[in-house]
Write a protein of this length. Structure first.
Length: 95
């Protein structure tokens, strides 16, 4: 398992839609990079000059929207993840 450091977040990208509203099936090359992800691990936060840790705004289980070109994609076994910094997260999708 991956353990994020500092203000980093491990997320699993939500798959892009494979069928349009009109019923057209999209090939992999036509799909946009997903910008939604489910948070699966959160780092402890960044250490401030005062020595305290800055609390994280996201938590495990949150679904977030992140910047289009943000993060680093990694593959562990057959699973693909994206490692983001907290500043790359644009919004939390409330359920």
């Amino acid at each position: 398992m991956l353990k994020p450091l500092g203000d980093r977040i491990i997320a699993k990208a939500v798959s892009a839609e494979e069928v349009t509203a009109g019923g057209i099936v999209l090939p992999d090359s036509a799909k946009e990079k997903p910008q939604e992800a489910d948070i699966i691990a959160v780092g402890p936060g960044v250490q401030l000059d005062s020595g305290k840790k800055s609390p994280m705004d996201v938590k495990v289980g949150d679904r977030v929207i992140y910047g289009k070109y943000a993060g680093t994609e990694v593959k562990i076994g057959s699973e693909e993840y994206v490692i983001l910094r907290q500043e790359d997260v644009l919004a939390i999708i409330e359920k």
